[in-house]
Ligand binder design. Structure first.
Ligand SMILES: *Cc1c(COP(=O)(O)O)cnc(C)c1O
Length: 234
């Protein structure tokens, strides 16, 4: 069934507004980076993917492998050629499925990296991954602690089926602006350390509906937006 004009129009308006805000934030921040909008469609149906695609969004994020696989099938049926981002925490036993994503944002341990490398080799692909950095120290958030980034970076150089394209972080929910900026700067430092170690680490995935303008000011190249595009997930 085609999506309604009303829904398509609503999402297109919200995408346009988010893009305006991203652009203005990039100007203010002065990092001069291009910013990719990743539309987070988790818990929403394929209609959300279609509406985003019609609004010019080519990147879609999901946090669960199984839900993503179902939408990948539906997207193929509807001829929606989007790039799929796996944004959530990934268990090692799901690593095999991760090889079909265009980018894996939550790479947060050497063991997971090894499992992903095996999966990518088996699928005969080079998998783009981001190292998730846990800057805030919240135990509920995944990620490597900032101090471990340099040693992990060296180890990752040996895994030829992974391409470490940058860093990712999640800021604490509803934190004061100064805390958010510290977290985002910490992630940027992680990205720089990855690049210094010899990785093609030019990306910085950070910023969600509540904090993406600050993230872009601090250099984000990928923002992951769900709620501001599709409404709340109930
Ligand atoms: C759900 C989710 C998002 C999107 O969150 P919103 O606040 O709805 O924009 C971004 N990143 C990750 C890792 C998520 O799990």
């Amino acid at each position: 069934m085609p999506i309604s004009d009303h829904f398509a129009g609503l999402v297109a308006e919200r995408v346009a507004e988010a893009r305006d805000r991203m652009h203005a934030a990039a100007q203010r921040g002065g990092h001069g980076q291009a910013v990719t909008l990743v539309a987070v469609t988790k818990t929403h149906g394929i209609e959300a993917v279609e509406a985003a695609y019609l609004a010019g969004v080519a990147d879609v994020g999901e946090n669960r492998v199984q839900e993503a696989e179902e939408k990948m099938r539906q997207a193929a049926e509807r001829a929606l050629p989007v790039r799929w981002h796996l944004i959530g925490h990934l268990q090692r036993n799901k690593a095999r499925s991760a090889a079909q994503f265009g980018m894996v944002h939550g790479m947060d341990s050497e063991r997971l990296a090894e499992a992903l490398a095996v999966a990518a080799s088996a699928a005969d692909v080079v998998l783009d991954v981001l190292v998730q950095v846990n800057v805030s120290g919240e135990s509920t958030k995944g990620g490597v602690v900032p101090g471990d980034v340099p040693s992990l970076a060296r180890r990752l150089l040996e895994l030829r089926s992974l391409r470490v394209v940058g860093a990712m972080t999640m800021a604490p929910f509803d934190a004061p602006e100064a805390v958010l900026r510290d977290v985002f700067r910490g992630a940027r430092q992680g990205q720089e350390q990855l690049a210094q170690a010899g990785h093609p680490a030019s990306y910085l995935s950070m910023g969600m509906s509540g904090d993406y303008e600050i993230a872009v000011e601090e250099g984000a190249t990928h923002v992951r937006l769900g709620t501001v595009l599709f409404g709340s997930r109930t």
